[in-house]
Write a protein that binds this ligand. Structure first.
Ligand code: ADP
Length: 430
């Protein structure tokens, strides 16, 4: 917790920001919604598992209705020339607007763009891409203003839409949750990756280049997955963490994320299982004549993070789910001990992840220091793992200052709804 706090201060200070690994990007979002927002807003959500177009009706009194459609981004576009990606997004939006009867000459709809890639924001509707991640690699976009590129593609096709805000998925999650619960001051993602954002006081943000009017606060997108990239977490990393990192697409990067998120948790469990097999402590019945080295257990990524959830749903001594998972990875007749050991490994790897994320949240909650703080959370790991929330809460109860009440709230459709809320507020004040 102390290390994270130091890294946060380094990211917020103009003298050290450039070299800091926890980037602490100011988002230019200065306030949370109060539930009274009304209007029709469009949103695009790019950077999660799916690309979605959404139409959000803000009805006031914290009520929202939503229509959305998922579109596929072909591999050729994910790797093709940058402007073509934005033209593709514009085509999908137009297709959706035609179906929803929104193509009109006398209305210009505000649009919020959830773009969940690392960006240096220069305003609410201006952000330069730092680097592509998650399988995208379109030439001609890094260092460019992605809002400008999107708006150019919309204008080329005469689409009656103005992109008024760009947000990260953590910010979307915070905003969507704040619409229902005004105590929300933190957004957390626990999915493919992990990241968090929170409301910070302007006097703590040395890198702030905007105005100092009320409210004297701004949401900071931490990019906390990169915590530890300067070797500061080495004391708590294991040889399995090292192995996961070395065989990843981005060695040396996102080390905190690699101990926590869905993209890596199953792989950590797999490496521990293999190690115990080698030390003749597991699957002893398979030692003789184990010939199927093509089984998923022996290939990278062969133990999915959802298997960790499945194994942990077993209660008692039957282990029916654990047996099913072991069969899937090529272990056909596990003993009671085999199952118990695999469950023990899964519980500890996921508990460690929950406690690391929980300790990170405790830093933020203590720093915000209000009597009530709600954390909006989204992502499949948090949503579907049977103990993740409980394990986080247990750990946080010991780490959060006793005068503060905290709550973890699942945020449904957060990233899209949140972008629409930011857009609606931006549109009203413009
Ligand atoms: P994204 O973060 O890409 O927007 P998700 O929130 O759906 O998308 O997260 C996807 C990640 O969640 C994957 O890495 C996957 O391993 C993990 N995941 C999917 N289902 C489960 C589950 N049942 N239990 C734990 N993790 C899961």
């Amino acid at each position: 917790m102390r290390l994270l706090e130091d890294e946060m201060d380094a990211g917020l200070s103009p003298a050290t920001h450039k070299k800091a690994c926890v980037k602490m990007f100011p988002t230019y979002v200065r306030d949370t919604p109060d539930g009274s927002e009304i209007g029709q807003v469009l949103a695009l959500d790019l950077g999660g598992t799916n690309f979605r177009v959404l139409l959000i009706n803000l009805l006031g009194h914290a009520q929202i209705t939503l229509t959305s459609k998922i579109f596929v981004i072909p591999q050729s576009i994910m790797l093709g020339e940058g402007m073509n990606l934005f033209r593709h997004l514009a085509d999908c939006l137009l297709d959706f607007m035609r179906k929803e009867n929104l193509v009109k000459s006398n209305v210009r709809y505000p649009l919020g763009f959830t773009f969940s890639f690392p960006c240096k924001q220069e305003g609410l509707a201006s952000a330069r891409l730092t680097s592509w991640t998650k399988g995208f690699s379109c030439p001609g976009v890094v260092n460019e203003d992605v809002v400008k590129m999107l708006q150019q593609a919309l204008d080329e096709k005469n689409i009656n839409v103005q992109c008024v805000a760009l947000v990260n998925d953590t910010v979307g999650t915070l905003m969507a949750c704040a619409y229902k619960d005004p105590h929300t001051a933190i957004g957390l993602i626990l999915g493919t990756g992990t990241n968090a954002c929170y409301m910070e006081q302007l006097d703590k943000v040395g890198t702030w280049d905007g105005d100092y009017n009320e409210p004297k606060q701004v949401i900071i997108n931490m990019e906390w997955g990169a915590f530890g990239d300067n070797n500061k977490l080495n004391d708590i990393r294991t040889k399995y963490d090292e192995e996961v990192d070395l065989s990843s697409l981005n060695p040396g990067k996102q080390l905190f994320e690699k101990m926590i998120s869905g993209m890596y948790m199953g792989e950590i469990v797999r490496l521990i299982i293999l190690d115990l097999m080698q030390r003749e402590l597991l699957f002893l019945g398979h030692r003789e004549g184990y010939s199927d080295y093509k089984a998923p257990l022996f290939s990278r990524g062969g133990f999915y993070t959802k298997f960790v959830s499945t194994v942990e749903t077993d209660e008692g001594i039957g282990f029916s789910n654990t047996r099913r998972v072991l069969e899937d990875i090529g272990i056909l007749n596990p003993t009671y001990d085999d199952c118990a050991i695999v469950q023990h490994i899964s519980r500890h790897v996921s508990k460690r992840a929950a406690r690391l994320a929980g300790a990170g949240l405790a830093v933020l909650i203590n720093r915000i220091n209000r009597s009530n703080v709600t954390v909006g959370v989204d992502g499949s790991l948090y949503r579907y793992h049977p103990r993740f929330k409980r394990n986080m809460e247990k750990c946080m109860q010991t780490l959060v200052n006793k005068n503060i009440k905290f709550k973890l709230a699942l945020s449904d459709d957060g990233s899209g709804k949140g972008a629409a809320l930011v857009a609606s507020v931006a549109d009203r004040s413009s």
